[in-house]
Write a protein that binds this ligand. Structure first.
Ligand SMILES: Nc1ncnc2c1ncn2[C@@H]1O[C@H](COP(=O)(O)OP(=O)(O)OP(=O)(O)O)[C@@H](O)[C@H]1O
Length: 250
């Protein structure tokens, strides 16, 4: 049932030979101070793929995304973005190279306005069109450009946070619990946005409490168990109740 550990290159989403993966982790060990959380994790996000990363509370999902984004140090192993070793690059250099991280808790500047947040999200050359593009994707932001971001509703804040995935034209987007605390209709909007990104060829690595929803849009799935990959395979297989429950513990 569980697949094999993944390598640095992989077939692409269309079944091509050995195109470089969009993102790959090789035997990564990482954690906090004296606590090791990831005990040798290997994972691949092929170009243009949607990859679900599931696991019980505390399994290490957020730590994995933070480590890939450059917010946690890689203590052993390596990380490649589009075939380049980024293991030692600071977070902003990874962003410049096409990695976008939408963190849990939104990751916006709450004391700045929506307009100012969007200007910071966009590359300098794209600032003129940033507002137009964000508002086109999220009409709910249109009348609120001069509102302080911290006073937006949770759903509006999430839309603002996700705008960066649009404005930076990334190759890979890491999405951590984007639907947390949102009303069902806004969760639908979040998933529609993610599917829209995927349709444009952006590779996604998604952690979300709504595991079944992620599995429905995913092309590949991993389950983390106590900092190790416990499942690596087809999302459809995980959607079968008993298998899903045995891996997720739900
Ligand atoms: N800043 C931190 N300092 C020390 N330990 C941490 C820190 N952040 C997380 N941990 C620990 O690392 C482990 C993995 O946490 P992590 O948040 O990565 O898990 P998760 O799978 O995302 O869980 P959840 O679904 O509950 O968000 C947990 O034992 C957690 O307590």
């Amino acid at each position: 049932m569980s697949g094999t550990a993944t390598g640095g290159t992989t077939g692409d989403a269309t079944g091509g030979a050995t195109a470089p993966a969009a993102l790959s982790l090789h035997d990564v060990r990482a954690g906090y101070e004296e606590t090791m959380v990831l005990h040798g994790v290997s994972l691949t996000v092929p170009k243009g793929a949607v990859v679900a990363l599931l696991g019980a509370n505390g399994a290490g999902k957020s730590t994995l995304l933070r480590t890939a984004a450059g917010l946690n140090r890689v203590q052993a192993g390596g990380i490649e973005l589009l075939g380049e070793d980024i293991s030692r690059l600071p977070a902003h250099r990874r962003t410049e190279r096409g990695l976008c991280f939408v963190p849990e808790g939104r990751g916006i500047f709450r004391s700045l306005t929506v307009r100012e947040n969007l200007a910071l999200q966009a590359a300098p050359r794209d600032r003129a069109t940033a507002i137009e593009r964000a508002v086109e994707a999220f009409p709910a932001l249109s009348g609120r450009l001069d509102q302080t971001a911290g006073t937006l509703s949770g759903g509006q804040q999430q839309m603002l946070a996700m705008s960066q995935a649009l404005l930076r034209d990334p190759a890979v987007v890491l999405v951590d619990e984007a639907s947390l605390g949102l009303a069902p209709v806004i969760v639908d909007e979040v998933f529609a946005f993610l599917e829209g990104l995927a349709a444009r060829g952006v590779a996604l690595l998604i952690v979300d409490q709504f595991a079944q929803r992620v599995l429905h849009i995913a092309t590949h799935a991993y389950v983390l168990r106590r900092g190790r990959i416990g499942y690596d395979g087809e999302p459809g297989e995980l959607l079968q109740g008993d298998i899903f429950a045995s891996y997720i513990g739900a």
